[in-house]
Design a protein around this ligand. Structure first.
Ligand code: GTP
Ligand code: MG
Length: 210
């Protein structure tokens, strides 16, 4: 799939005010500064569609971008930003969990993980929370340009193995990306295209009279 149109639609703090269309939606989530907004710009081939910053805590709202006029990409605030106050940390947490609990259109979350770091409890706990809430997700390793190919292979495998050693029965789909070098986007988009197709082919079950 190629992205031929990408438009900013709306920013919200209130999940109930997010677009209400029955089209598939995908959300990028992860620690502050992991590269969520940059990855949206990279796969859309846009420079400033989503706002990015070298300082963590840039994205503070739920941002909806309509892609190819037929599905949504959502840029969320990051979790685990240490320098915000406890109150605003709690507010972000609440915004994020409410978003995932309420968005019926969400087909899959993409949990972004900086390829350079060892598995962090905050990410593992967040994925566990997604699992217990039956929210499908895939992992997207970011900033691959900062590591050599051998290290990328080793670290991504070790990460998935760590998940399998803990509660997970199977490895989630995972992708390796660099927004700087614009790599990994094609694979990610092919995966989304497949999910879009599944979404659009969902059979409407007939209601059964008993
Ligand atoms: P918050 O909105 O604060 O949660 O952060 P975010 O996850 O949206 O991160 P953002 O896209 O704003 O990027 C954070 C920093 O990482 C910026 O300085 C980006 O230039 C840098 N960055 C993002 N992706 C990459 C990448 O693939 N490679 C490299 N080298 N830097 C990246
Ligand atoms: Mg951001």
């Amino acid at each position: 799939m190629r992205i031929t149109s990408s438009e900013f639609i709306i920013s919200n703090t209130d999940v109930s005010k997010c677009p209400n269309e029955p089209i598939p939606e995908y959300a990028f989530i992860g620690r502050s500064n992991v590269g969520k907004s940059s990855l949206i710009n990279s796969i859309c081939d846009r420079k400033n569609l989503a706002k990015t910053s070298g300082r963590p805590g840039k994205t503070q709202l739920i941002n909806h971008f309509k892609i190819n006029k037929s599905w949504y990409l959502v840029d969320l605030p990051g979790y685990g930003y240490a320098r915000t106050s406890k109150t605003s940390k709690k507010a972000f947490q609440k915004l994020i969990t409410t978003y995932f609990e309420k968005r019926k259109q969400l087909v899959s979350a993409f949990v972004l993980i900086d390829i350079r770091h060892d598995p962090q409890p905050i990410d593992l706990e967040f994925m566990e929370w997604l699992g217990t809430n039956y929210i499908p997700f895939a992992i997207v390793f970011t900033k691959a340009d900062k590591e050599k190919p051998m290290a990328i292979e080793r670290k991504s495998k070790a990460y998935i193995q760590k998940m399998l050693d803990h509660a997970w029965e199977e490895a989630p789909p995972h992708f390796i990306t660099s927004s700087l070098h614009k790599t990994g986007g094609d694979e990610l988009l092919a995966y989304i295209a497949q999910l879009n197709e599944d979404f659009n082919n969902q059979e409407v079950l007939p209601t059964i009279d008993v």
